[in-house]
Design a protein around this ligand. Structure first.
Ligand code: SF4
Ligand code: F3S
Length: 268
């Protein structure tokens, strides 16, 4: 990995909350510092770049010209589609859609980070006032990988980048173009509360005896059985904990149906 050439990465942020970048900054294997100083050349990123205004846009154009056909584009956030009012979300006076299409034209691959970029996410929730679309709705001629989650697990983002740099190709994907290494099993498959589920022992409220004893959260709306992500094994905050370990049901944040398919605290 150390001998490999650092690939140019252009990170585009559209209709998003910066949570995906916040998550990236918590990566510990590799750390963010190691990632951007030793592994990739992060040539454009609103939150992390020192440049601003015209200098920032010039850096994007330079990276595209110098690495034609080889650079990676990472997108977080959804994009108002070509039929939407272009003023809904702009960067440097240009619509998100125009910047996306312009930037991916000579990219080697596109990584959609977060459920908004991968599946539309919160901006696309009914009634979808901006006509929000996912990256794969709009980009049809590039390899696309979806690292979903709201936000994604930081090591899933960095792990995909490290895999691409090491092997020169995208990892094996599931039907939603998510890397199987991180999305190959459901939360329910690996949940430590699963023995309670199998024995029919469920918390019925957040403060009953079952909740205090750590029983299964299915009846409090846990979407673990239909959610594919690595939280149960990788956990969050350097392996400290994860939603279910802190007593909260999985909300299904890495699935296309995250916002519109049923209530968060309603059983399936
Ligand atoms: Fe499955 Fe959720 Fe119960 Fe864990 S808490 S066993 S993921 S239903
Ligand atoms: Fe998201 Fe469920 Fe993990 S809500 S953070 S996939 S436990």
């Amino acid at each position: 990995l150390e001998a490999a050439r650092r690939p140019s990465v252009i990170w585009l942020s559209f209709q998003e909350c910066t949570g995906c970048t916040e998550s990236l900054t918590r990566s510990h294997a590799p750390t963010l510092e190691d990632l951007i100083l030793n592994i990739i050349s992060l040539d454009y990123h609103h939150t992390l770049q020192a440049a601003a205004g015209e200098a920032a846009e010039e850096a994007r154009f330079q990276a595209m010209a110098a690495n034609k056909g080889e650079y990676l584009v990472i997108v977080d956030g959804s994009i108002p589609g070509p039929d939407s009012n272009p003023g809904f979300s702009t960067v440097a006076g240009h619509s998100n859609y125009d910047i996306l299409i312009e930037t991916v034209e000579h990219a080697a691959a596109v990584i959609a980070v977060g459920t908004c970029a991968a599946f539309g996410g919160l901006p696309q929730a009914n009634p979808n006032p901006t006509g929000a679309r996912s990256v794969m709705d709009l980009v049809k001629d590039k390899p696309i990988i979806n690292v979903s989650g709201c936000p994604p697990i930081p090591m899933a983002i960095t792990g995909v980048l490290a895999h691409y740099l090491t092997f020169g190709r995208l990892p094996e994907l599931d039907a939603y173009r998510r890397p199987l290494a991180f999305f190959g099993q459901s939360i329910h498959d690996r949940c430590y509360r699963r023995p309670f589920y199998d024995r029919g022992l469920f918390a019925e409220s957040f403060d009953d005896e079952g909740a205090k004893l750590g029983w299964c959260l299915y009846r409090l709306g846990c979407k673990g059985p239909s959610t594919y992500n690595a939280c149960a094994t990788m956990k969050w905050n350097e392996g400290t904990s994860w939603p279910i370990e802190s007593g909260h049901p999985c909300l299904g944040c890495s699935e296309p149906s995250f916002w519109d398919a049923g209530g968060f605290y309603e059983p399936l």
